[in-house]
Design a binder for this molecule. Structure first.
Ligand SMILES: [Fe+2]
Length: 187
């Protein structure tokens, strides 16, 4: 297991090198989706923690071996939990928690904001049903009680934007310094 700041960054970058080319869906790869979400957050002047949270929110997709298009087969890989379990070894909750909650944030937004659900892409609507569909009132209350629920909703908005086949972004390397700062502050 990687231990130093640089080893951790290299380990994460190696996951992107290995699996970032896989299809996220909607005509972008996992790596494009991650870079785009992070780039939208950075352009908005979000703090480094949110930018990196966006970059790594689907890290779980780079860790499992269930293959592409698993949602088409009716499988929910719980990628948000897989990713959070890995990332919390290295990063603080301000990076890990919004990602862990990003699927719940979609269910939350679909429940409290009908216009949000109407705007989901077909793939996102498909996975929404697999992920449990609308929240009950108890689930809404529990989600709003999460310490990072607002950040999770913020991340979700950038997540939803990161689906532009033609968008130009900086490379992964651009985010190394931010990751370094966050990891160094954590240690
Ligand atoms: Fe995503």
């Amino acid at each position: 297991m990687p231990e130093t700041t640089e080893e951790i960054i290299e380990h994460i970058f190696a996951r992107f090198a290995e699996k970032g080319h896989l299809a996220y869906g909607e005509f972008v790869t996992e790596q494009q989706h991650a870079l785009q979400s992070a780039t939208f957050a950075e352009r908005d002047g979000q703090p480094e923690a949110m930018v990196v949270a966006c970059l790594l929110h689907d890290y779980g997709h780079l860790c499992h071996n269930l293959g592409e298009h698993i949602a088409d087969e009716g499988v929910d890989a719980k990628h948000e939990e897989i990713g959070a379990r890995q990332l919390k070894k290295w990063f603080g909750p301000e990076i890990v928690e919004p990602g862990r909650l990003h699927v719940a944030a979609k269910r939350y937004l679909c429940t409290v904001d009908p216009a949000y659900r109407a705007g989901l892409s077909p793939a996102s609507e498909q996975s929404f049903v697999l992920q449990g569909g609308p929240m009950s009132p108890e689930e809404v209350a529990a989600f709003e009680a999460e310490p990072y629920f607002k950040d999770a909703v913020t991340l979700r908005r950038y997540d939803d934007l990161g689906k532009e086949p033609e968008m130009e972004t900086p490379p992964l390397e651009h985010f190394r310094g931010m990751m370094h700062n966050l990891l160094a502050n954590r240690n």
